[in-house]
Write a protein that binds this ligand. Structure first.
Ligand code: MSP
Length: 513
Protein backbone atom coordinates (compact mmCIF):
# COMPACT_ATOMS: atom_id res chain seq x y z
CA UNK A 1 0.00 0.00 0.00
CA UNK A 2 1.37 3.37 -0.98
CA UNK A 3 1.81 5.73 1.94
CA UNK A 4 0.25 8.50 -0.10
CA UNK A 5 -3.48 9.12 0.13
CA UNK A 6 -5.25 11.64 -2.10
CA UNK A 7 -8.84 12.44 -1.14
CA UNK A 8 -11.21 14.98 -2.67
CA UNK A 9 -14.72 16.29 -2.10
CA UNK A 10 -17.11 17.54 -4.75
CA UNK A 11 -16.46 21.20 -5.43
CA UNK A 12 -19.49 23.20 -4.35
CA UNK A 13 -21.43 25.43 -6.69
CA UNK A 14 -20.57 29.07 -6.13
CA UNK A 15 -24.17 29.92 -6.43
CA UNK A 16 -25.55 30.38 -2.94
CA UNK A 17 -24.78 29.82 0.70
CA UNK A 18 -23.26 26.71 2.19
CA UNK A 19 -25.81 24.29 3.61
CA UNK A 20 -25.92 21.04 5.52
CA UNK A 21 -25.18 18.90 2.43
CA UNK A 22 -21.96 20.79 1.78
CA UNK A 23 -21.01 20.68 5.46
CA UNK A 24 -21.60 16.95 5.80
CA UNK A 25 -19.50 16.00 2.80
CA UNK A 26 -16.59 18.08 4.00
CA UNK A 27 -16.84 16.67 7.53
CA UNK A 28 -17.00 13.08 6.31
CA UNK A 29 -13.99 13.65 4.06
CA UNK A 30 -12.13 15.41 6.84
CA UNK A 31 -12.70 12.53 9.25
CA UNK A 32 -11.32 10.14 6.64
CA UNK A 33 -8.35 12.42 5.91
CA UNK A 34 -7.49 12.83 9.60
CA UNK A 35 -7.87 9.11 10.24
CA UNK A 36 -5.55 8.27 7.36
CA UNK A 37 -3.01 10.82 8.60
CA UNK A 38 -3.07 9.15 11.99
CA UNK A 39 -2.46 5.85 10.25
CA UNK A 40 0.71 7.39 8.94
CA UNK A 41 -0.39 8.02 5.37
CA UNK A 42 0.83 11.10 3.53
CA UNK A 43 -2.57 12.62 2.96
CA UNK A 44 -3.47 15.22 0.40
CA UNK A 45 -6.97 16.52 0.99
CA UNK A 46 -8.51 18.69 -1.71
CA UNK A 47 -11.76 20.62 -1.71
CA UNK A 48 -12.88 23.69 -3.60
CA UNK A 49 -15.44 25.68 -5.48
CA UNK A 50 -17.15 25.21 -8.85
CA UNK A 51 -17.30 28.76 -10.12
CA UNK A 52 -18.38 28.76 -13.76
CA UNK A 53 -21.68 28.23 -15.52
CA UNK A 54 -25.00 29.73 -16.29
CA UNK A 55 -26.31 29.81 -12.75
CA UNK A 56 -23.37 31.86 -11.52
CA UNK A 57 -23.72 34.18 -14.51
CA UNK A 58 -27.44 34.61 -13.82
CA UNK A 59 -27.01 35.19 -10.10
CA UNK A 60 -24.32 37.78 -10.77
CA UNK A 61 -26.57 39.56 -13.24
CA UNK A 62 -29.46 39.50 -10.82
CA UNK A 63 -27.30 40.96 -8.09
CA UNK A 64 -25.76 43.51 -10.43
CA UNK A 65 -22.17 42.41 -9.78
CA UNK A 66 -19.53 40.88 -12.01
CA UNK A 67 -19.30 37.08 -11.86
CA UNK A 68 -15.73 37.14 -10.54
CA UNK A 69 -16.72 39.49 -7.72
CA UNK A 70 -19.63 37.19 -6.91
CA UNK A 71 -17.55 34.01 -6.74
CA UNK A 72 -14.84 35.77 -4.72
CA UNK A 73 -17.45 36.69 -2.18
CA UNK A 74 -18.95 33.20 -2.13
CA UNK A 75 -15.54 31.54 -1.89
CA UNK A 76 -14.85 33.52 1.28
CA UNK A 77 -18.13 32.34 2.79
CA UNK A 78 -17.48 28.68 1.93
CA UNK A 79 -13.95 28.88 3.26
CA UNK A 80 -15.38 30.36 6.45
CA UNK A 81 -17.57 27.29 6.82
CA UNK A 82 -14.55 25.02 6.40
CA UNK A 83 -12.74 26.90 9.15
CA UNK A 84 -15.73 26.75 11.47
CA UNK A 85 -15.99 22.99 10.99
CA UNK A 86 -12.24 22.45 11.47
CA UNK A 87 -11.77 20.98 8.01
CA UNK A 88 -8.09 20.16 7.54
CA UNK A 89 -7.84 20.37 3.74
CA UNK A 90 -4.40 20.78 2.22
CA UNK A 91 -5.56 22.68 -0.84
CA UNK A 92 -8.58 24.61 -2.04
CA UNK A 93 -9.17 24.80 -5.76
CA UNK A 94 -11.31 27.39 -7.48
CA UNK A 95 -12.14 26.70 -11.10
CA UNK A 96 -11.46 30.32 -12.08
CA UNK A 97 -7.79 29.92 -11.15
CA UNK A 98 -5.23 29.91 -13.98
CA UNK A 99 -3.73 26.59 -12.79
CA UNK A 100 -7.10 24.98 -13.45
CA UNK A 101 -8.08 26.75 -16.67
CA UNK A 102 -4.79 25.84 -18.21
CA UNK A 103 -5.32 22.11 -17.66
CA UNK A 104 -8.93 22.20 -18.88
CA UNK A 105 -7.80 23.86 -22.10
CA UNK A 106 -4.98 21.41 -22.59
CA UNK A 107 -7.33 18.46 -22.06
CA UNK A 108 -9.73 19.89 -24.63
CA UNK A 109 -6.98 20.51 -27.14
CA UNK A 110 -5.63 16.99 -26.70
CA UNK A 111 -9.03 15.42 -27.23
CA UNK A 112 -9.63 17.66 -30.23
CA UNK A 113 -6.27 16.71 -31.72
CA UNK A 114 -7.06 13.05 -31.20
CA UNK A 115 -10.29 13.48 -33.13
CA UNK A 116 -12.35 12.74 -30.04
CA UNK A 117 -14.14 16.09 -30.12
CA UNK A 118 -16.34 17.01 -33.09
CA UNK A 119 -18.78 19.78 -34.00
CA UNK A 120 -22.49 19.15 -34.62
CA UNK A 121 -25.83 20.92 -34.74
CA UNK A 122 -28.57 19.88 -32.42
CA UNK A 123 -32.16 21.01 -31.98
CA UNK A 124 -34.13 20.10 -28.95
CA UNK A 125 -35.43 20.91 -25.51
CA UNK A 126 -32.97 22.63 -23.25
CA UNK A 127 -33.04 22.98 -19.46
CA UNK A 128 -31.53 26.25 -18.31
CA UNK A 129 -31.28 25.09 -14.73
CA UNK A 130 -29.48 21.84 -15.52
CA UNK A 131 -27.65 23.35 -18.49
CA UNK A 132 -28.40 20.36 -20.65
CA UNK A 133 -30.49 19.23 -23.56
CA UNK A 134 -33.34 16.93 -22.61
CA UNK A 135 -34.93 14.05 -24.40
CA UNK A 136 -38.42 12.62 -24.16
CA UNK A 137 -37.07 10.12 -21.66
CA UNK A 138 -36.64 12.99 -19.22
CA UNK A 139 -40.34 13.92 -19.25
CA UNK A 140 -42.65 13.08 -16.38
CA UNK A 141 -45.40 10.55 -16.96
CA UNK A 142 -47.88 13.30 -17.83
CA UNK A 143 -45.51 14.65 -20.48
CA UNK A 144 -44.42 17.72 -18.49
CA UNK A 145 -40.82 18.47 -17.52
CA UNK A 146 -39.97 17.59 -13.93
CA UNK A 147 -39.33 20.53 -11.63
CA UNK A 148 -35.60 19.83 -11.38
CA UNK A 149 -35.19 21.07 -14.97
CA UNK A 150 -36.64 24.52 -14.26
CA UNK A 151 -37.50 26.44 -17.41
CA UNK A 152 -37.31 24.23 -20.52
CA UNK A 153 -37.09 25.88 -23.94
CA UNK A 154 -36.68 24.70 -27.53
CA UNK A 155 -33.21 25.51 -28.80
CA UNK A 156 -31.14 24.85 -31.93
CA UNK A 157 -27.43 25.03 -31.45
CA UNK A 158 -24.10 24.24 -32.94
CA UNK A 159 -21.80 22.73 -30.37
CA UNK A 160 -18.78 20.55 -29.74
CA UNK A 161 -19.20 16.96 -28.63
CA UNK A 162 -16.87 14.51 -26.90
CA UNK A 163 -17.09 10.96 -28.28
CA UNK A 164 -18.21 9.54 -24.98
CA UNK A 165 -20.05 6.62 -26.57
CA UNK A 166 -16.75 5.23 -27.78
CA UNK A 167 -15.80 4.40 -24.18
CA UNK A 168 -18.97 2.73 -23.05
CA UNK A 169 -17.75 -0.85 -23.45
CA UNK A 170 -14.47 -0.03 -21.69
CA UNK A 171 -16.32 1.66 -18.82
CA UNK A 172 -18.65 -1.29 -18.21
CA UNK A 173 -15.68 -3.59 -18.16
CA UNK A 174 -13.76 -1.28 -15.83
CA UNK A 175 -16.62 -1.11 -13.34
CA UNK A 176 -17.07 -4.87 -13.40
CA UNK A 177 -13.36 -5.48 -12.94
CA UNK A 178 -13.10 -3.02 -10.02
CA UNK A 179 -15.94 -3.81 -7.65
CA UNK A 180 -14.63 -1.23 -5.15
CA UNK A 181 -14.64 1.58 -7.69
CA UNK A 182 -18.15 2.63 -6.68
CA UNK A 183 -18.83 2.40 -2.92
CA UNK A 184 -21.22 1.43 -1.37
CA UNK A 185 -21.74 -1.49 -3.72
CA UNK A 186 -25.46 -0.99 -4.39
CA UNK A 187 -24.66 2.28 -6.16
CA UNK A 188 -22.59 0.39 -8.68
CA UNK A 189 -25.64 -1.49 -9.88
CA UNK A 190 -27.44 1.75 -10.57
CA UNK A 191 -24.59 2.85 -12.78
CA UNK A 192 -24.46 -0.45 -14.64
CA UNK A 193 -28.20 -0.16 -15.14
CA UNK A 194 -27.70 3.29 -16.67
CA UNK A 195 -25.02 1.86 -18.95
CA UNK A 196 -27.39 -0.72 -20.42
CA UNK A 197 -28.74 1.98 -22.73
CA UNK A 198 -26.43 3.22 -25.49
CA UNK A 199 -24.77 6.44 -24.34
CA UNK A 200 -24.95 9.69 -26.29
CA UNK A 201 -21.87 11.70 -27.02
CA UNK A 202 -21.35 14.49 -24.53
CA UNK A 203 -21.86 18.10 -25.46
CA UNK A 204 -18.86 19.87 -23.95
CA UNK A 205 -19.36 23.43 -25.16
CA UNK A 206 -21.77 26.34 -24.75
CA UNK A 207 -21.94 29.15 -27.32
CA UNK A 208 -20.82 32.46 -25.92
CA UNK A 209 -24.04 34.02 -27.17
CA UNK A 210 -25.72 32.19 -24.32
CA UNK A 211 -22.97 31.79 -21.75
CA UNK A 212 -19.78 33.78 -21.41
CA UNK A 213 -18.83 32.80 -17.87
CA UNK A 214 -16.71 29.77 -18.60
CA UNK A 215 -13.39 28.54 -19.92
CA UNK A 216 -12.95 29.34 -23.59
CA UNK A 217 -12.42 26.41 -25.93
CA UNK A 218 -8.80 26.56 -27.08
CA UNK A 219 -9.78 25.70 -30.66
CA UNK A 220 -12.86 27.95 -31.00
CA UNK A 221 -13.15 31.22 -29.09
CA UNK A 222 -16.88 31.45 -29.85
CA UNK A 223 -17.53 28.81 -27.20
CA UNK A 224 -16.92 28.14 -23.51
CA UNK A 225 -16.54 24.75 -21.81
CA UNK A 226 -19.52 22.86 -20.39
CA UNK A 227 -19.38 23.18 -16.58
CA UNK A 228 -19.12 19.48 -15.82
CA UNK A 229 -16.15 19.00 -18.13
CA UNK A 230 -14.59 22.00 -16.44
CA UNK A 231 -15.51 21.04 -12.87
CA UNK A 232 -14.47 17.37 -12.95
CA UNK A 233 -11.04 18.35 -14.19
CA UNK A 234 -10.36 20.08 -10.84
CA UNK A 235 -9.37 16.79 -9.23
CA UNK A 236 -6.50 16.51 -11.68
CA UNK A 237 -5.59 20.14 -12.31
CA UNK A 238 -5.08 20.79 -8.59
CA UNK A 239 -2.39 18.12 -8.24
CA UNK A 240 -0.78 18.07 -11.63
CA UNK A 241 2.93 17.51 -11.39
CA UNK A 242 2.74 16.55 -7.72
CA UNK A 243 2.78 12.80 -8.28
CA UNK A 244 -0.54 12.38 -6.51
CA UNK A 245 -2.69 11.02 -9.32
CA UNK A 246 -4.74 8.78 -9.37
CA UNK A 247 -6.92 10.01 -6.53
CA UNK A 248 -7.63 7.38 -3.88
CA UNK A 249 -11.16 8.54 -3.29
CA UNK A 250 -13.59 11.15 -4.56
CA UNK A 251 -16.27 11.75 -1.92
CA UNK A 252 -19.53 12.79 -3.60
CA UNK A 253 -23.29 12.85 -3.13
CA UNK A 254 -25.57 10.36 -4.84
CA UNK A 255 -27.02 13.01 -7.16
CA UNK A 256 -23.72 13.54 -8.96
CA UNK A 257 -22.62 9.94 -9.27
CA UNK A 258 -24.19 9.06 -12.57
CA UNK A 259 -23.45 10.24 -15.13
CA UNK A 260 -20.86 12.88 -14.10
CA UNK A 261 -18.48 10.98 -11.81
CA UNK A 262 -19.17 7.41 -12.82
CA UNK A 263 -19.38 8.01 -16.57
CA UNK A 264 -18.03 11.33 -17.88
CA UNK A 265 -14.98 11.51 -15.63
CA UNK A 266 -13.51 8.03 -16.13
CA UNK A 267 -14.19 8.24 -19.87
CA UNK A 268 -12.58 11.67 -20.15
CA UNK A 269 -9.50 10.34 -18.41
CA UNK A 270 -9.43 7.17 -20.46
CA UNK A 271 -9.58 9.24 -23.64
CA UNK A 272 -6.64 11.30 -22.36
CA UNK A 273 -4.64 8.23 -21.43
CA UNK A 274 -4.79 9.01 -17.70
CA UNK A 275 -5.70 6.46 -15.03
CA UNK A 276 -9.17 6.73 -13.51
CA UNK A 277 -9.56 7.54 -9.80
CA UNK A 278 -9.47 4.49 -7.51
CA UNK A 279 -12.77 4.99 -5.77
CA UNK A 280 -15.98 6.99 -5.64
CA UNK A 281 -17.44 7.14 -2.15
CA UNK A 282 -21.09 8.03 -2.56
CA UNK A 283 -23.06 9.43 0.36
CA UNK A 284 -26.79 9.94 0.56
CA UNK A 285 -28.82 13.07 1.12
CA UNK A 286 -29.77 14.89 4.24
CA UNK A 287 -33.25 16.11 4.77
CA UNK A 288 -34.07 18.65 7.46
CA UNK A 289 -37.19 17.88 9.42
CA UNK A 290 -37.95 15.60 6.49
CA UNK A 291 -37.62 18.30 3.87
CA UNK A 292 -34.98 18.59 1.19
CA UNK A 293 -31.92 20.24 2.74
CA UNK A 294 -30.78 22.24 -0.24
CA UNK A 295 -34.13 23.72 -1.15
CA UNK A 296 -33.42 27.20 -2.41
CA UNK A 297 -36.30 28.55 -0.35
CA UNK A 298 -34.19 27.71 2.70
CA UNK A 299 -35.19 25.61 5.64
CA UNK A 300 -36.48 27.03 8.86
CA UNK A 301 -33.90 25.14 10.91
CA UNK A 302 -30.42 26.68 10.87
CA UNK A 303 -28.48 23.41 10.85
CA UNK A 304 -25.01 24.93 10.55
CA UNK A 305 -25.89 27.04 13.58
CA UNK A 306 -25.66 23.89 15.73
CA UNK A 307 -21.90 23.91 15.20
CA UNK A 308 -21.78 27.43 16.60
CA UNK A 309 -24.02 26.74 19.60
CA UNK A 310 -22.89 23.22 20.51
CA UNK A 311 -19.38 23.16 19.15
CA UNK A 312 -18.00 22.02 15.82
CA UNK A 313 -16.98 18.68 17.29
CA UNK A 314 -20.44 17.80 18.56
CA UNK A 315 -21.79 18.74 15.13
CA UNK A 316 -19.17 16.59 13.41
CA UNK A 317 -19.97 13.68 15.70
CA UNK A 318 -23.68 14.01 15.08
CA UNK A 319 -23.31 14.06 11.29
CA UNK A 320 -20.99 11.07 11.28
CA UNK A 321 -23.05 9.08 13.75
CA UNK A 322 -26.48 9.85 12.37
CA UNK A 323 -25.93 9.19 8.66
CA UNK A 324 -25.11 5.68 7.49
CA UNK A 325 -22.74 6.38 4.61
CA UNK A 326 -24.64 5.77 1.39
CA UNK A 327 -28.08 6.18 2.87
CA UNK A 328 -30.20 9.26 3.47
CA UNK A 329 -30.68 10.74 6.93
CA UNK A 330 -32.80 13.38 8.58
CA UNK A 331 -31.52 16.27 10.66
CA UNK A 332 -33.70 17.57 13.45
CA UNK A 333 -33.12 19.53 16.63
CA UNK A 334 -34.55 16.64 18.64
CA UNK A 335 -32.17 13.99 17.28
CA UNK A 336 -29.25 16.40 17.60
CA UNK A 337 -29.98 17.20 21.21
CA UNK A 338 -30.58 13.58 21.99
CA UNK A 339 -27.18 12.52 20.67
CA UNK A 340 -25.55 15.50 22.34
CA UNK A 341 -26.99 14.65 25.72
CA UNK A 342 -26.97 10.87 25.60
CA UNK A 343 -23.84 9.91 23.63
CA UNK A 344 -21.65 12.89 24.37
CA UNK A 345 -22.70 14.46 27.68
CA UNK A 346 -24.04 11.58 29.74
CA UNK A 347 -21.83 8.88 28.31
CA UNK A 348 -18.42 10.18 27.25
CA UNK A 349 -18.38 13.48 29.13
CA UNK A 350 -19.69 11.97 32.33
CA UNK A 351 -17.02 9.30 32.28
CA UNK A 352 -14.28 11.92 32.13
CA UNK A 353 -15.81 13.81 35.03
CA UNK A 354 -16.16 10.70 37.13
CA UNK A 355 -12.53 9.83 36.55
CA UNK A 356 -11.20 13.28 37.34
CA UNK A 357 -13.32 13.50 40.48
CA UNK A 358 -12.27 10.17 41.89
CA UNK A 359 -8.60 10.47 40.98
CA UNK A 360 -8.65 13.95 42.46
CA UNK A 361 -10.32 12.88 45.65
CA UNK A 362 -8.56 9.62 46.39
CA UNK A 363 -5.17 9.98 44.69
CA UNK A 364 -4.41 13.71 44.69
CA UNK A 365 -4.93 13.73 40.93
CA UNK A 366 -2.37 11.05 40.06
CA UNK A 367 -3.61 8.01 38.14
CA UNK A 368 -2.95 4.91 40.31
CA UNK A 369 -1.32 1.69 39.08
CA UNK A 370 -3.61 -1.19 38.14
CA UNK A 371 -3.23 -3.42 41.18
CA UNK A 372 -6.09 -5.91 40.98
CA UNK A 373 -6.99 -7.81 37.85
CA UNK A 374 -10.32 -9.61 38.03
CA UNK A 375 -12.86 -10.72 35.49
CA UNK A 376 -14.41 -7.27 35.20
CA UNK A 377 -11.10 -5.77 34.18
CA UNK A 378 -10.27 -8.56 31.79
CA UNK A 379 -13.66 -8.20 30.14
CA UNK A 380 -13.23 -4.49 29.76
CA UNK A 381 -9.85 -4.87 28.11
CA UNK A 382 -11.25 -7.59 25.85
CA UNK A 383 -14.10 -5.33 24.87
CA UNK A 384 -11.67 -2.57 23.94
CA UNK A 385 -9.82 -4.92 21.61
CA UNK A 386 -13.07 -5.94 19.99
CA UNK A 387 -14.48 -2.42 19.68
CA UNK A 388 -11.25 -1.08 18.24
CA UNK A 389 -11.11 -3.91 15.72
CA UNK A 390 -14.71 -3.37 14.66
CA UNK A 391 -14.08 0.36 14.45
CA UNK A 392 -11.15 -0.13 12.12
CA UNK A 393 -13.01 -2.69 10.06
CA UNK A 394 -15.99 -0.41 9.54
CA UNK A 395 -13.64 2.44 8.77
CA UNK A 396 -12.00 0.45 6.01
CA UNK A 397 -15.32 0.65 4.15
CA UNK A 398 -15.77 4.24 5.34
CA UNK A 399 -18.77 3.16 7.40
CA UNK A 400 -18.09 5.84 9.97
CA UNK A 401 -21.45 5.58 11.73
CA UNK A 402 -20.95 1.87 12.33
CA UNK A 403 -17.43 2.54 13.55
CA UNK A 404 -18.73 5.03 16.10
CA UNK A 405 -21.47 2.69 17.16
CA UNK A 406 -18.87 0.03 18.01
CA UNK A 407 -16.79 2.49 19.96
CA UNK A 408 -19.78 3.60 21.99
CA UNK A 409 -20.34 0.01 23.04
CA UNK A 410 -16.99 0.29 24.78
CA UNK A 411 -17.67 3.75 26.22
CA UNK A 412 -21.00 2.56 27.65
CA UNK A 413 -19.26 -0.49 29.03
CA UNK A 414 -16.85 1.73 30.90
CA UNK A 415 -19.73 3.50 32.59
CA UNK A 416 -21.27 0.12 33.42
CA UNK A 417 -17.90 -1.02 34.77
CA UNK A 418 -17.77 1.95 37.14
CA UNK A 419 -21.31 1.18 38.30
CA UNK A 420 -20.32 -2.42 38.92
CA UNK A 421 -17.13 -1.52 40.78
CA UNK A 422 -18.81 1.30 42.74
CA UNK A 423 -15.51 3.06 43.49
CA UNK A 424 -17.25 5.43 45.90
CA UNK A 425 -17.85 2.38 48.12
CA UNK A 426 -14.39 0.95 47.59
CA UNK A 427 -12.92 4.28 48.70
CA UNK A 428 -14.57 3.88 52.09
CA UNK A 429 -13.43 0.30 52.65
CA UNK A 430 -10.52 -0.50 54.97
CA UNK A 431 -9.87 -3.80 53.18
CA UNK A 432 -6.57 -3.64 51.17
CA UNK A 433 -8.19 -5.81 48.44
CA UNK A 434 -10.78 -3.08 47.96
CA UNK A 435 -8.06 -0.47 47.72
CA UNK A 436 -6.41 -2.57 45.00
CA UNK A 437 -9.74 -2.76 43.17
CA UNK A 438 -10.14 0.99 43.41
CA UNK A 439 -6.65 1.49 42.00
CA UNK A 440 -7.46 -0.80 39.12
CA UNK A 441 -10.82 0.72 38.43
CA UNK A 442 -9.41 4.21 38.00
CA UNK A 443 -6.38 2.95 36.08
CA UNK A 444 -8.69 1.11 33.69
CA UNK A 445 -11.02 4.04 33.14
CA UNK A 446 -8.09 6.39 32.60
CA UNK A 447 -6.57 4.07 30.04
CA UNK A 448 -9.90 3.30 28.39
CA UNK A 449 -10.55 7.00 27.99
CA UNK A 450 -7.11 7.55 26.52
CA UNK A 451 -7.73 4.82 23.97
CA UNK A 452 -11.22 5.99 23.04
CA UNK A 453 -10.09 9.62 22.92
CA UNK A 454 -7.21 8.69 20.63
CA UNK A 455 -9.35 6.70 18.21
CA UNK A 456 -11.87 9.54 18.16
CA UNK A 457 -9.37 12.30 17.43
CA UNK A 458 -10.24 12.41 13.70
CA UNK A 459 -13.94 12.86 14.48
CA UNK A 460 -13.67 15.36 17.36
CA UNK A 461 -10.14 16.75 17.12
CA UNK A 462 -10.42 19.59 19.60
CA UNK A 463 -12.57 17.84 22.18
CA UNK A 464 -10.43 14.71 22.20
CA UNK A 465 -7.28 16.78 22.40
CA UNK A 466 -8.78 18.42 25.47
CA UNK A 467 -9.83 15.05 26.88
CA UNK A 468 -6.33 13.61 26.53
CA UNK A 469 -4.66 16.68 27.99
CA UNK A 470 -7.03 16.71 30.94
CA UNK A 471 -6.29 13.09 31.78
CA UNK A 472 -2.63 13.98 31.68
CA UNK A 473 -1.71 12.22 28.46
CA UNK A 474 -0.10 13.51 25.25
CA UNK A 475 -2.14 14.07 22.10
CA UNK A 476 -0.62 11.75 19.49
CA UNK A 477 -0.51 12.61 15.81
CA UNK A 478 -0.19 8.95 14.79
CA UNK A 479 -2.13 5.89 15.93
CA UNK A 480 0.99 3.71 15.65
CA UNK A 481 1.06 1.75 18.93
CA UNK A 482 -1.30 4.20 20.65
CA UNK A 483 -4.36 1.99 20.29
CA UNK A 484 -2.97 -0.85 22.37
CA UNK A 485 -3.82 -1.08 26.06
CA UNK A 486 -0.87 0.09 28.13
CA UNK A 487 -0.04 1.19 31.66
CA UNK A 488 2.22 3.99 30.57
CA UNK A 489 -0.26 6.43 32.08
CA UNK A 490 0.35 5.31 35.66
CA UNK A 491 1.17 8.32 37.77
CA UNK A 492 0.04 10.90 35.23
CA UNK A 493 -1.54 13.99 36.68
CA UNK A 494 -5.15 14.65 35.75
CA UNK A 495 -6.87 18.02 35.70
CA UNK A 496 -9.32 19.00 38.42
CA UNK A 497 -12.25 19.11 36.09
CA UNK A 498 -13.09 19.15 32.42
CA UNK A 499 -16.35 20.09 30.79
CA UNK A 500 -16.27 18.60 27.32
CA UNK A 501 -19.95 19.03 26.52
CA UNK A 502 -21.60 21.85 28.45
CA UNK A 503 -25.23 21.11 29.20
CA UNK A 504 -27.68 22.59 26.71
CA UNK A 505 -29.29 25.68 28.14
CA UNK A 506 -33.06 25.30 28.27
CA UNK A 507 -34.61 27.73 25.78
CA UNK A 508 -35.25 31.02 27.54
CA UNK A 509 -38.92 31.62 28.05
CA UNK A 510 -40.29 34.46 25.95
CA UNK A 511 -40.39 37.66 27.97
CA UNK A 512 -43.80 38.40 29.40
CA UNK A 513 -45.37 41.56 28.12
N1 MSP B 1 -20.60 21.62 -8.36
C1 MSP B 1 -21.15 20.30 -8.39
C2 MSP B 1 -20.09 19.27 -8.10
C3 MSP B 1 -18.92 19.27 -9.04
S1 MSP B 1 -17.75 18.08 -8.56
C4 MSP B 1 -16.65 18.09 -9.81
C5 MSP B 1 -22.23 20.19 -7.32
N2 MSP B 1 -22.23 21.14 -6.38
S2 MSP B 1 -23.32 21.26 -5.19
O1 MSP B 1 -22.96 22.43 -4.45
O2 MSP B 1 -24.63 21.17 -5.70
O3 MSP B 1 -23.10 19.98 -4.31
C6 MSP B 1 -21.87 19.72 -3.70
C7 MSP B 1 -21.94 18.41 -2.97
O4 MSP B 1 -22.87 18.53 -1.90
C8 MSP B 1 -22.41 17.25 -3.85
O5 MSP B 1 -21.63 16.10 -3.62
C9 MSP B 1 -23.82 17.03 -3.39
O6 MSP B 1 -24.24 15.69 -3.50
C10 MSP B 1 -23.72 17.42 -1.94
N3 MSP B 1 -25.03 17.76 -1.41
C11 MSP B 1 -25.82 18.80 -1.80
N4 MSP B 1 -26.97 18.72 -1.09
C12 MSP B 1 -26.95 17.66 -0.26
C13 MSP B 1 -27.77 17.17 0.77
N5 MSP B 1 -28.93 17.67 1.03
N6 MSP B 1 -27.30 16.13 1.51
C14 MSP B 1 -26.04 15.61 1.34
N7 MSP B 1 -25.25 16.06 0.38
C15 MSP B 1 -25.74 16.94 -0.56
O7 MSP B 1 -23.00 19.26 -7.37
Amino acid sequence: MSSQFYITTAIDYANGSPHLGHAYEKVLSDVIARHRRMEGRRVHFLTGLDEHGQKVQQTAQKRGVGPQALVDEIAAVFQGMLRDLRISHDDYIRTTEPRHKQVVQRFLQQLFDKGLIFKATKAGWYSVRQEQFLSDKDRAEDGSWPEIYGEVTQTTEENYYFKLSQFQAWLIEHIRAHPDFITPRFRQNQVLEFLKEPMNDLCISRPKSRLTWGIELPFDPAFVTYVWFDALTNYYSAVEGKGLWPADVHVIGKDILSPPHAVYWPCMLKALGIDPPRQLLVHGWWTINNQKASKSSGNALDTLGFAATHGADAFRYYLCREMVVGQDADFSAATFENRYKADLGNNLGNLVNRLLNMVGRSYAGKVPAAAADEELEQNLRGLWAESARKYQEAFREYQVSHALESLWVFISAMNAYIEARAPWKLAKSADPADRARLDSCLAHVAEGLRLAGTLLLPVMPETCGKLLTHIGRPVPDRFADQLAWSWAGTGSQVAEKCILFPPIEPPTAPAKA
